[in-house]
Design a protein around this ligand. Sequence first.
Ligand SMILES: [Zn+2]
Length: 407
Amino acid sequence: MNSSRAAADSYLRSIDTEVQAQLQVDGCPAVVLQQTCFYPEGGGQPFDTGTIAGVPVLAVQAHATGEIVHTLAQSLPAGTLRVTASIDWVRRFDHMQQHSGQHILSQSFLQVAGAATAGFHLSAQRVTIDLAHAAFSPEQLAQVEQLANHIVQSNLPVHVSFPGPAELAALQLRKVPEVDAPLRVVSIGKFDRTACAGTHVAYSAEVALIKIIKVERSKSGQRVEFCCGQRALEDYQRKHATLSRAAAALSCAPGDVDGLLAQQLAAQQQLAKQLRAARDELLQHECALLLSQADSSSGRRVVCRAWNARAPEELRELARLLAVQPGVVALLGCAGEQARVVLACAADLALDMRPLLTGLLQQLGGERGGGQQRLAQGGGFKAAESALQAALDAVAAALPPAVGAGS
Ligand SMILES: [Zn+2]
C-alpha cells in the first residue's frame, strides 16, 4: 500500500524513495515505490510524466488495491533498492493551472448563470467542462469570464482540508462525490469549495488568466472549452500572430481586419456575380458564332469542336446553349491530361447521345461517362487537341441520316 504525495504537496517535484516492487503491466516494465510524487490519472486530470532513476515514466495508474503503478520505458537494473523519482514539472504545473482554473470557472458559471458543471476533461490539447444548461448568452459568458478573472486577480489562497461528516454538511460543497473515504475538500478562499483529489495551485493568481475559447452544444447541455495560465498566453501569442499576419496582408491595423474582410468579401461576391454575367454573355456570342459555322450538310446543324483548355462546366454550358436551338447536334471536347467530352442534341432530333458517348470513350480510352438521351458527357482519359478533334469528327460523320425532323 502506498499513496501519492502529489495531493498533499502539489509543488513536490522530486523524492528519494525505496523500490517496493518491480512488475509487468500489459507487457511493459513497471514499478511500485514506497512513496511517490507522481499523480496517477483520475478525476479528469491526466497522470504525471517524468523519470524514475533516469528512466522515463510512460503512465501512472492507481490500482484498485491502492497501489500506484508507474509504467516505465525500460526496466530498472535488477536489485535497484533506492531511486529518485522526478516529475515533469512543466506538465504538472500546466495541469495545476488548468485544474484550479476549472474550479474557479465552474463556480463562476454557477453564480452567473446557475449552471452546474457535470463533467471535466483535461488533455494536452483541450480543457473542457460540460454544463447542464440549455444555452448561454454572449453577455453571460462575458460576465462568467470577468468574475473568474476577478477571482484569479484577487489572489485567494487555495486550501485543502479533510472535514468530518458534521463539518462537511455545513460546508455546502459545489460537488460531493459518492465515496466512503474521507473527502478531500479544495477551497478557493470563500469563493468555491468542492471535493477533489487533483493537484492545484496554492494561490489563485498562479492561474494567471482564464479564457473561454469555445462554447458548443453537447449531449448533456453545453460544452465550454477554455484555457488557463501558460496555455492562455500561448493561445494569445498564436492568435496575435495570426491577426498580425492578416492585418499585414490587408495593409490595415489589427482592429480593422474584420471590417475590411467583410468589405472585401462583399466586393468579391459582387465581382463573381459580374464575372458570371459576363461569361454567360460571352458564351451566348460564342454559341451564335459556332452555329453560324455549323455543318448543315446532313440536314442538321452539327457543331463539332475540340479545345485545348476549357473548364468542364463551360463546355457543358456551351453544349446546353447549342442544343436549345432546333436541329442542333453539339459534339464538344476539351483536350489535355484530364480530357472531357460533352455530346448534346436538340429536343426535336431523334438521336440518343449515350451510345455515341460509349463508342467515343471506348475509342479514346475514357473510363467515366454517363448522362441522358439528349446530353451525355465523359472523361477519365488524356488526349491531344488534334486527336480529340479527329475522334469528334468521326462521330459527326457516323451520325445516322436525318429523318425529316430538323431538316
Ligand atoms: Zn480539482
